[in-house]
Design a protein around this ligand. Sequence first.
Ligand SMILES: [Ca+2]
Ligand SMILES: [Ca+2]
Ligand SMILES: [Ca+2]
Ligand SMILES: [Ca+2]
Length: 453
Amino acid sequence: MGKIMVIAVLMALGTNQALAQEADPVAPGARLLRTIDVKNFGAETLRIGDLDGDGGPELLFIQSIFGTREITCLTATTIHGDVLWQSGTPSLDNGRIYSDLPVQIYDWDHDGWNEALYVRQAKYVEPPYDGTSPRERATRYEGEAQMVVLCGRTGKEKGAFSLPAPADDSFLIADLNGRGRREDLIVKDRYWNMWGVAHDGGMLWHYEGSVGHYPAIADVDDDGKDEVFTGFALLDHDGTVLFQKDAGNAHADATWILRAPDRTWRLLFGNGGIHCVAPDGSEYWSHPLGEAQHVVAGRFRTDSPAQLAVVDRTPVPHHRDEHAWGILYMYDLDGKELWNSKQPPGAWAIATTPVNWFGTEPPSGILVYGMGNGRPAVIWNGAGNVAETLPMTFTADRNDRDQQLDFYGLAADVWGDSRDEVVLFGSRGACIYTNARAAEIPTLYNENLYPGM
Ligand SMILES: [Ca+2]
Ligand SMILES: [Ca+2]
Ligand SMILES: [Ca+2]
Ligand SMILES: [Ca+2]
């Protein structure tokens, strides 16, 4: 008994020493947790979720053929980069991707274990493909698209079911039938069609219109079923058009739904400008911008209930080269501009993601990546300052050219401290940053020790 206690004390001392050494007060707050060797499976598309069933997240790298968006390989790794499984054939040629891809991690069959779902394309028959340029739809398909369900633990196929042939763009998991769980599907093609699909694969509805890149869903009429907001239109859960505006040839680049503190729903979308509308389609406010490419809502400041981070990608129309720049805006819920920041030359394709970086409570930060020319991702705070600079890191075998390639960013708590890490990923590398500062907790006053004697 005494010996065990001595060992325990020694172990505790050792742990404290290690902690003391690590807690360097002048060390930067952002700590590189891991540089992942993506070998030949690196990709500009990544999903994060628990695949092996232990509760902690894994990474899923998704490769595809650039022009056709056909998914060629899924690679599941731990957050340390150890490969759990691979489905398909990895290739250094298939990591570059221009669009989102139809892949999600979700407990599709509700057995307590996540699956990886992806769409296998129907055969594009006409027109003939030139082999290089983006191929976004066919005038004639053969067969149907397939939703493939892979076991999260092994990557083995558990099942598949048919989708409409063109429905091979990104998809969402929604509750369209009101069963209290999101287990139906919203599938779409690139810009023209969208379908509601029941969990059993049955077709619920088809919508033809400007569907945008990725709709937002929420139960905005409180009937337990999700509505679908494409930017130019809001659809009821059964596909009924609740409002629709003339899109012309345009599509919404960005959509977001949030509920304001007064319980009213705010539907945000970006196209030429940034628009905030109500579920009946009436406009709360809007601002004309060059190309509002991103809108994300969050509590980035504590002096108002919610704010919006908006990217104007091309304030000078069609200017997209190394001299072009975007502008990052911060608005409040009433559309009042709180600040804006013109980005450096070359930083026009920037993108934003909310990141719960600073603590377990608001304010959260805004992750911005896509700065161009190999520049680091950054985290902005709600006051309009860059709070963190996060360079993409690579394994030593990647050459200078590799290190200039595009990379993207996601935020997720993969390190279990209730704050988000930042995962940067591209075709030649991936890395994870965490906030190494102590997370603030309230004072634990009136503490008491009662060992039981
Ligand atoms: Ca896991
Ligand atoms: Ca499952
Ligand atoms: Ca509803
Ligand atoms: Ca964390």
